[in-house]
Design a protein. Structure first.
Length: 467
């Protein structure tokens, strides 16, 4: 076990300090299994494959003075068995019971006196089992959690415990700005990295901040545009948050069906799923009596900024972009084309890099400054929407086949709605997490996504047959 301490990066510190009782900064993932796994084999797998990553045996220690970032410190009392919990669902052991359990776990904070993760192994899940992993956002983002899950997985039931395999993921739709926008933002990134790296030292020497500010001015127009945005529309999705959360996920959508739509209607996977989501949110609001004829709501979309050649690592390496969802549009094709146009515009911008840099700054500022900044930016949006591409083939964990994977990311900035789009083994699932006081029935949204996707698929098939 590691004994050293490590300084936390500013952006990881920013996510740590976003934690609130009503909005926990915790990523929750579930893997549905065809049968209960071999516990001793699983425990050994975790010991060999996860504990080699130092953050899984280290706890967070805040600085003695309110300056600088926290650090990681080896937990002197680390006990693996305190992080792995075994349980069984009560009868009837169906998906409704599992969703209720995950909702409760997503509402329960991690123990900050220990390393910030745990695993629940759940039996009696419709004849199979489930593995639920909870991970604090300061350990890593959604891409990092994906990599952590992969470390636990095998490509065969009888794979050796000590061998970490690398499953192939679905080919990502790379964002154009990862190549085209790097040069314009290089000076911004350099300045922010210097400020972030030096942390409290920079605060003691203000001239260094001034030097960095000149380069960071290149992103001022983007920040200014967001600051000048009006707060997002008041809908049933917005309001004071409570502690209790609700989760739900959709039935699987075949990835081949999604690609049928993309080919026939001239779009990409993201465009199609976001358009279906927009239709589902529109339907939900209409059912709640909201006026939608002129309605648009903004979603915060995380964008992975890791270059393709860079290996997956822990930590947070993503930026944020604001996407306006055209809920006012009833026609599914018009809504798809408008969504695609807006996504294309985002891909040509440096917005994601800019907000990654801002998170680095928040990580070295006093907590009150970070809270004020997050409140301002959070008021400009309604939801967080993330898309994670998982393995393209079936995988196993401790001898059990993984039937499906789903995850939910936290909603920073007092947002009460989160949507995750996850692909695995040729299937796409949509997960929703909501504040129970605002949206007590997230399953209506997941059902709506499937309904609106099927609508697009029907149109795509008609279009293809007419050609």
């Amino acid at each position: 076990m590691t004994t050293q301490t490590k300084q936390m990066s500013p952006v990881d510190s920013a996510w740590l300090h976003m934690e609130e009782p009503t909005n926990l900064m915790m990523i929750t993932g579930v893997s549905l299994l065809d049968k209960p796994l071999d516990f001793e084999r699983f425990r050994k797998t975790v010991e060999v494959r996860l504990l080699s990553l130092d953050r899984f045996t280290m706890r967070v220690v805040e600085p003695a003075l309110p300056v600088g970032t926290p650090h990681w410190e080896a937990d002197p009392n680390f006990d693996l068995d305190a992080h792995i919990h075994r349980m069984a669902l009560p009868a009837p052991g169906d998906m409704t019971e599992l969703q209720r359990l995950i909702s409760d776990l997503a509402s329960t904070p991690l123990d900050f006196s220990k390393p910030l993760w745990n695993i629940h192994l759940v039996e009696n899940v419709e004849g199979g089992a489930a593995m639920i992993l909870r991970l604090h956002h300061c350990i890593g983002d959604g891409t990092a959690m994906n990599a952590i899950l992969f470390r636990l997985m095998d490509m065969a039931r009888d794979a050796p415990v000590g061998e970490v395999q690398e499953p192939a993921t679905e080919a990502p739709e790379r964002h154009d700005f990862l190549s085209t926008a790097f040069k314009p933002v290089r000076s911004i990134g350099r300045a922010i990295r210097q400020l972030a790296h030096e942390g409290s030292e920079s605060l003691r020497h203000p001239s260094r901040i001034v030097e960095g500010a000149g380069a960071a001015a290149e992103a001022a127009s983007i920040v200014g545009r967001v600051l000048l945005m009006s707060p997002d529309a008041e809908t049933p999705f917005k309001g004071p948050l409570g502690v209790q959360k609700r989760v739900a996920w959709s039935n699987n959508i075949a990835l081949t069906d999604v690609k049928t739509v993309t080919k026939a209607l001239g779009s990409k996977v993201n465009d199609v799923m976001l358009a279906a989501l927009g239709g589902a949110l529109r339907d939900y609001l209409i059912e709640r009596g909201a006026e939608v004829s002129d309605l648009e709501i903004r979603a915060v979309v995380p964008v992975d900024l890791r270059p393709p050649e860079r290996g997956i690592e822990l930590g947070n390496a993503f930026g944020l972009v604001f996407l306006s969802l055209p809920l006012r549009i009833a026609d599914p094709i018009e809504r798809l084309h408008e969504t695609k146009k807006r996504m294309d515009a985002i891909k040509a911008s440096i917005e994601a890099f800019t907000f990654y840099s801002l998170l680095n700054i928040f990580g070295v500022t006093p907590r009150q400054v970070e809270e004020q900044g997050l409140s301002i930016f959070g008021s400009r949006a309604t939801a967080v929407v993330t898309n994670v591409r998982g393995p393209g083939q079936a995988l196993y964990i401790a001898g059990s086949k993984i039937e499906n994977i789903m995850g939910w990311v936290p909603q920073a900035g007092h947002l009460g709605l989160g949507v995750s789009i996850f692909s695995y083994d040729g299937k796409v699932s949509v997960g929703v997490i909501t504040d129970a006081g605002l949206v007590p029935d997230p399953e209506k949204i997941t059902v709506g996504v499937r309904t609106r996707f099927d609508e697009l698929l029907s149109i795509a098939k008609e279009t293809s047959s007419a050609d």
